[in-house]
Design a protein around this ligand. Structure first.
Ligand code: C5P
Length: 251
């Protein structure tokens, strides 16, 4: 297979923000259907645990060969030596972004960054993002998991973002609602990737805290994760056009 030399990014109406479509599907066949349907409307895809576990790293190579950039969302969390090796392997397959859990600590994050740098020579660089607190967790859930009475979620997100900055990570994953606080605390040091994006008037599904593309951009996003708002739309290409229109402030 020949690898496309310069991946094509989808057109975006915003100078900074890049939309990434989540391939939350069980196999390559289903992923291929989305990528084919969207065509030039999307140049950046997220491969998560479900698809990676089903298809292995070949799915990353396949997307790269199709001229797409790939965010590998494995949320690694292990001893630094193991995470170093895993990050190197993922980067070797051509990922442009990779996630680790920020709660693994700054030493683990630093190991991931070093591994990603070692593996990324052929793929043009792989940024490491720290997942702060999963958007599925609320204060009570975090309290239960971490053995605490009261948890200030935004305070914890900022604390964990500090570990990512200390470990040399490129940025963090956080909800749009914490974005402005993180952005003002770590101005310039961390880029933000924001999931839970919904088009104006669209279904919020099981996400509790959603934002439009424009609101996320205004809160300081660098990347937006588009899941069902695009892949579940009757016309995904039209939905991507609405994402661009939202970013442009037109809707
Ligand atoms: O369909 P929907 O837009 O809700 O999909 C959101 C995507 O973003 C999913 O792939 C989900 O795993 C991911 N994500 C999230 N919240 C996080 C991190 C990732 O929803 N904190």
């Amino acid at each position: 297979m020949t690898r496309a030399s310069s991946p094509t990014l989808g057109t975006t109406a915003h100078p900074i923000v890049t939309p990434i479509v989540a391939l939350d599907v069980p196999d390559r066949r289903a992923a291929q259907a989305i990528v084919t349907r969207l065509g030039a409307a999307c140049g950046y895809y997220k491969v998560g645990l479900e698809l990676f576990a089903a298809e292995g790293p070949e799915i990353v190579s396949w997307l790269r060969d199709a001229g797409k950039l790939v965010f590998v969302d494995l949320k690694l969390h292990d001893i630094p030596n193991t995470v170093h090796g895993a990050a190197r392997s993922v980067a070797r397959h051509g990922a442009s972004l990779l996630t680790v859990h920020a709660s693994g600590g700054s030493e683990m994050i630093r190991a991931a960054v070093a591994g990603a740098q070692e593996g990324a020579t052929a793929s043009g660089g792989c940024g490491v993002l720290g997942v702060t607190i999963l958007t599925s967790m609320d204060s009570a859930g975090i309290g239960e998991a971490w053995g605490r009475e009261q948890v200030d979620v935004t305070g914890e997100v900022v604390r964990l973002a500090g570990l990512v900055a200390m470990g040399g990570g490129a940025g963090i994953v956080c909800s749009g609602h914490e974005a402005a606080t993180v952005k003002s605390t770590f101005a310039g040091a961390l880029d933000l990737l924001i999931p839970g994006i919904r088009l104006s008037g669209g279904d919020s599904h099981d996400q509790r805290r959603v934002m439009t593309p424009r609101a996320a951009a205004d809160a300081g996003a660098r990347w937006l994760i588009l899941g069902r708002a695009v892949t579940g739309a009757a016309d995904p290409v039209a939905a991507m056009a609405l994402v661009d229109a939202s970013l442009a402030g037109a809707v």
